[in-house]
Design a protein around this ligand. Structure first.
Ligand code: IPD
Ligand code: CA
Ligand code: CA
Length: 269
């Protein structure tokens, strides 16, 4: 068997994301009856169907690989060198309301290193992907972050986590601080696509707290390979389990970091 390298893992992620995306596309525009995982945290039949398909495909094609998937959790395989990190539907609230902004996110870790990612938007049929050392692409064409240098000229994006009702004080001060400094701030409901839009220069910076590994993993590989910078809120190393992200085109990173530092919160991630 040919050993798996980042490029082959990316190609597999692209195929998987496209297939799961087709399921979401079929479901888009229908009447949904989502269940509640939390007070405002929804899950639809399509989150589950897309995840089931991905798990089946990975089991058949890569029986020795581990998986971490949002709806079913960890599927450990002793001795595995690869772990897939899957968000079968990122943007479930949008999807449940038939708002056309959501996607599938798939990433692969090789020996504990995040090396490949694919994020597919089945409405616009945009496939973002990247492999460590190989650059990032949108539908096969190379991607690069923007060259915006000042927050004043930047279009930023963020998200509000599902615990926003319990902890608005951890969200609103950052939102306020960026809102009065940036050219514009968006909140459009899919962290995975937000990262991809940063990678291709549609956004210049992104911050969010209380995210899970599957929200970030695929998009982080894509941003890094597109020349962007990804850290935690204080500029330290970004961690998959770290629950927060500050990502930018690189040029804006210091300024974004100092805006975050200027806002006092309790330090809860
Ligand atoms: C959510 C989206 C949203 C972000 C939330 C995530 P889900 O993922 O990425 O943009 O603000 O924090 O949980 O639940 O739609 O997969
Ligand atoms: Ca998600
Ligand atoms: Ca999800």
């Amino acid at each position: 068997m040919i050993p798996l390298d980042p490029a082959r893992l990316r190609d597999a992620a692209v195929e998987l994301a496209r297939e799961a995306g087709a399921i979401l596309r079929q479901g888009f525009g229908r009447a949904h009856h989502p269940e509640h995982k939390g007070r405002i945290d929804l899950v639809t039949e399509y989150d589950r169907r897309a995840e089931k398909l991905l798990l089946e495909r990975i089991r058949t094609r890569f029986p020795g690989h581990a998986v971490l998937a949002e709806e079913s959790g960890a599927h450990a395989v002793p001795g595995s060198t690869v772990r897939w990190i899957i968000d079968p539907l990122d943007g479930t609230t949008n999807f449940a309301h038939n708002y056309p902004f959501f996607g599938v996110s798939i990433a692969a870790e090789l020996e504990g290193r995040l090396v490949a990612g694919a994020v597919f938007d089945p409405v616009r049929e945009e496939m973002f992907s990247a492999a460590e050392g190989q650059g990032a692409t949108l539908d096969g064409g190379p991607l690069r972050v923007s060259d915006v240098e000042r927050l004043e000229d930047a279009l930023l994006v963020t998200g509000f986590p599902y615990d926003v009702r319990e902890h608005p004080e951890l969200i609103l001060p950052h939102f306020h601080a960026f809102l009065v400094r940036a050219q514009g701030v968006r909140r459009d409901g899919s962290a995975a696509l937000n990262l991809c839009y940063l990678a291709c220069g549609r956004f210049d910076g992104f911050w969010e707290r209380h995210l899970s590994p599957w929200d970030m993993a695929g998009g982080v590989v894509i941003v890094r390979e597109a020349g962007g910078t990804v850290t935690n809120y204080t500029g330290g190393p970004w961690r998959l389990e770290g629950r927060q992200i500050l990502a930018s085109n690189g040029r804006l990173h210091e300024e974004m970091k100092s805006v975050i530092a200027s806002v006092a919160t309790s330090g809860v991630p």
